[in-house]
Ligand binder design. Structure first.
Ligand SMILES: *Cc1c(COP(=O)(O)O)cnc(C)c1O
Length: 815
């Protein structure tokens, strides 16, 4: 976009205070990830859950001088304000105007699953055919879609946008803003069916997006979808795709037998090799081909592009580097948009010094001078310490870069220069086109080579949190339990991520855990569940909030508050006993408790209890009794106190099974890690953790020989045995040796044989084709799943996770 403040105000009926002639090219909505302040306005978005206005100050501190907000804050000087009635309506009005006045071909993608992947695939295939703009990440909602549309500028010829809805009547509003020429309907599943009375209602709602489309491309394997589209849109050009032969685009051959996949498109055949052959991937591939054909991409090119897709790993990874560095590796593709995304990602880290490795941008048809001018402007705004440019093209423009800048012909030359070994305590962004293979730098910069890792997918945590939130009322708060090192995954890393995503509360077990978080910069309120008596001073010093579960703790803590000289009401959390018989005030203590509390200068921030069996359907009656007692006792206390503390009792399985009892807050734990006892809910969650290692050695063991300590495994025929560098000191219980448990190799289970050693174990790999040393082994979370693994160990998933030894390196993945 490119408007003056005056134009924006006219389009949206807003009021301007300040300089009407300023130009706005970008709208930033998150003060933490503003990557450029030039021609950028900050919008304070107010939703029913949150007010963006509290971040105005941070945006102004970053250097923004145009603020779009529902209210003006006159304390900030020299700011131009665009004052709007409703921030979300404003965005939608502006986006609608902007889209309708742009001249691009547009593709609108909706459906239940596969929207983001299809959008990314299409983008990968099309960005060097036409200048293309797309929604970032999965920005597809009432706010995300307008923000995506506002990225369109005059140079774009094609726009690919995702449109997502989760409630009835939402599509009409979105279609009013964005009416794509080409509509693409992906798989319809039951991901959001919860808010719809039937699948039919869901389909009716989604296909409203295509009201003004010229062409509709849809999955014809779904017969209801097929019927509905044909009936409602008989006047449009319709193209169905899918696995069934009745579709216009379909897979013709036997996918489990033949080497290549053969797709038929209106009588033409397109054949390509495919590695992933699951139904979802192949269905998406037919959709992709349908769109590419509509855009008149030649068959030969389509095949080339599909072949390139297989290497896609759509993620930005953050790796602990050597010498105190953090390495952000984004070495998969490079264009302006993905550079912006990576620069935003950098903002999430607060290392004072940073360096950038950047390569030529390949395959774009634009004027390279203009392109690198824009690149250098973006880069200059980040104040990198050093910039390393790789490639002949970009090196020509090295003068444009203001940091200390070095140029190299290729990655090898940079490696040989030894510059990288001089970087200390920095964040290093690796951003390059694939052909430069800058992932080789990652290997050099990485802290230690670890064959054994516990990989934590932060995006999946966010997905799981959002899933649980979608079940709750909009105003219900959420506490994330990060006790026991966040169930073994890394308390700081998880808390930092959750804080970034505005979690309301964090819960730890012990004071030390809270202190560590505060020391590392976590400012979110933290409740300490087990405040030990020697730790009360520390609690106060670090602004932590204790759980108070007995009169003894109440008196001792209050003494500490008085001694500390704290002169306001200190926040505490009252634990009520309702049936768990662990900690808490009992019924008969409540009278006295209310009296004691009213005499003291303390503020009851919340009252809560804990369900002992929310994961057990057979204990429903007992759970309802706990919920009743909590309701009664917390109401009693609220009345006596004369104010209303927050109330909360639901843990993860409580959220899904006893949603009506959410009160003011819920406490999520294992659910955010993607585990649920309910198989239906389990399907909606994403797997967060995987424990991986590699094969150290393979041995052929003959009949008569034996494996491991005490000769516990003696094969009766020549058997292929693999040694794995993980043992009981890593947290694998010894009891799953001797063929009780199995590990996954190439998606096949290989039984553990013999006794598990301290640092190693052996598995039988005779049934695994082509297995070799160095191959990856999954301890859990694929095959076997975390649940299956917990089954081998005769315990619950919680204990498996918290038992993994700290020496196993945790790595964190984010988009
Ligand atoms: C650990 C804990 C939770 C979270 O339980 P999950 O079953 O993991 O959701 C909630 N509340 C309290 C008091 C806890 O100790």
């Amino acid at each position: 976009m490119n408007y003056t403040v005056q134009q924006i105000a006219e389009i949206t009926n807003a009021e301007v205070i300040g300089d009407k002639n300023l130009v706005v090219k970008n709208i930033a909505y998150d003060s933490r990830i503003i990557y450029s302040i030039k021609n950028t306005a900050f919008i304070a978005i107010n939703t029913h859950k949150n007010s963006g206005e509290k971040f105005i100050e941070a945006a102004i501190d970053r250097g923004i001088n145009i603020i779009i907000s529902e209210h003006q804050y006159p304390q900030f000087e020299n700011i131009t304000w665009i004052i709007v009635k409703n921030s979300v309506d404003f965005l939608q009005q502006l986006a609608k105007y902007h889209f309708e006045n742009s001249h691009l071909r547009s593709i609108g993608i909706t459906g239940s699953n596969g929207k983001t992947i299809l959008k990314e695939w299409l983008y990968q295939c099309l960005w060097n055919e036409f200048p293309t703009v797309k929604s970032p990440k999965s920005f597809n909602s009432q706010i995300g879609l307008p923000l995506s549309l506002l990225q369109i500028n005059d140079s774009h010829q094609l726009g690919i946008f995702e449109v997502g809805i989760s409630h009835p009547n939402e599509m009409e509003k979105l279609e009013n803003i964005f009416h794509p020429q080409i509509g693409l309907l992906t798989h319809i599943g039951n991901a959001h069916a919860a808010n719809f009375s039937s699948e039919e209602e869901l389909i009716d709602e989604k296909i409203k997006l295509f009201k003004d489309s010229e062409i509709i491309i849809y999955n014809g394997d779904h017969s209801l979808v097929d019927q509905k589209i044909k009936k409602l849109y008989s006047d449009k050009k319709l193209i169905s795709y899918g696995l069934k032969e009745t579709n216009d685009v379909f897979i013709k051959n036997n996918i489990s037998k033949d080497e290549n996949i053969l797709v038929e498109y209106f009588g033409e055949e397109i054949s390509f090799p495919a590695h992933q052959r699951d139904e979802a991937t192949l269905t998406n591939a037919t959709a992709l081909i349908a769109v590419l054909k509509v855009l008149q991409v030649e068959n030969k090119k389509i095949i080339e592009k599909i072949n390139l897709l297989k290497a896609i790993e759509m993620r930005l990874e953050a790796i602990e580097g050597n010498k105190g560095n953090i390495v952000i590796n984004d070495s998969f593709n490079l264009d302006l948009d993905s550079l912006k995304t990576a620069l935003q990602f950098l903002k999430e880290y607060n290392k004072p010094k940073k360096s950038l490795v950047l390569t030529d941008i390949v395959g774009v048809n634009t004027n390279s001078k203009e392109l690198y001018e824009e690149v250098s402007e973006l880069v200059n705004e980040q104040y990198f310490d050093s910039v390393f440019l790789i490639g002949n093209e970009i090196s020509k423009f090295s003068e444009l870069f203001k940091s200390k800048t070095f140029t190299f012909i290729d990655t090898k030359e940079l490696i040989e220069s030894k510059h990288l070994s001089e970087i200390e305590n920095q964040i290093i962004l690796l951003k390059g086109a694939r052909k430069f293979e800058i992932e080789k730098l990652k290997d050099i910069l990485e802290l230690r080579k670890h064959d054994t890792v516990l990989e934590v997918n932060l995006n999946a945590i966010l997905h799981n949190i959002n899933y649980h939130k979608s079940l709750l009322k909009p105003g219900t708060k959420m506490m994330a339990m990060v006790k026991a090192n966040a169930y073994g995954l890394g308390s700081y890393e998880i808390s930092e991520f959750l804080q970034h995503h505005h979690i309301d509360y964090l819960g730890v077990a012990y004071v030390d855990e809270g202190v560590e978080l505060r020391k590392k910069g976590i400012t979110t309120p933290i409740i300490v569940m087990n405040p030990e008596q020697h730790s009360y001073q520390t609690i106060i010093e670090y602004n932590l909030e204790p759980e108070i579960y007995s009169f003894r703790v109440l008196e001792l803590f209050y003494e500490a508050v008085q001694k500390s000289g704290y002169d306001k009401k200190y926040p505490i959390h009252i634990k009520l006993e309702t049936g768990m018989h662990r900690l808490g005030f009992k019924d008969f203590e409540l009278d006295q408790l209310s009296e004691t509390l009213s005499e003291k200068n303390l503020k009851v921030q919340s009252m809560f209890s804990h369900l002992s069996s929310s994961d057990m359907p057979e204990e429903k009656e007992f759970t309802f009794k706990q919920l009743d007692i909590f309701e009664k006792n917390s109401s009693f206390l609220t009345e006596k106190l004369g104010y209303s503390p927050l109330r909360h009792i639901l843990n993860s399985s409580g959220i899904t099974s006893y949603t009506d009892h959410q009160h003011d807050m819920v406490r999520i734990g294992i659910g955010m890690l993607g585990e649920s006892p309910d198989t239906e809910i389990q399907k909606q969650l994403q797997s967060v953790v995987s424990f991986k290692t590699v094969i150290s050695q393979i041995s052929m063991v003959e009949n008569g020989e034996s494996v491991g300590y005490s000769r516990k495994f003696k094969p009766d025929h020549l058997t292929k045995i693999a040694t794995i560098p993980v043992g009981y000191a890593d947290g694998i219980p010894r009891l799953i040796g001797n063929q009780v448990g199995s590990l996954g190799v190439n998606k096949i289970l290989a039984p553990i044989v013999g006794n598990i050693c301290m640092d190693m174990m052996m598995i039988n790999v005779e049934n695994i084709p082509n297995v070799k040393e160095g191959d990856m082994v999954t301890v859990f979370n694929a095959k076997p799943s975390l649940k299956e693994f917990a089954g081998y160990c005769k315990t619950i998933t919680y204990e498996v996770l918290t038992s993994i030894s700290p020496r196993v390196k945790r790595i964190y993945i984010k988009d």
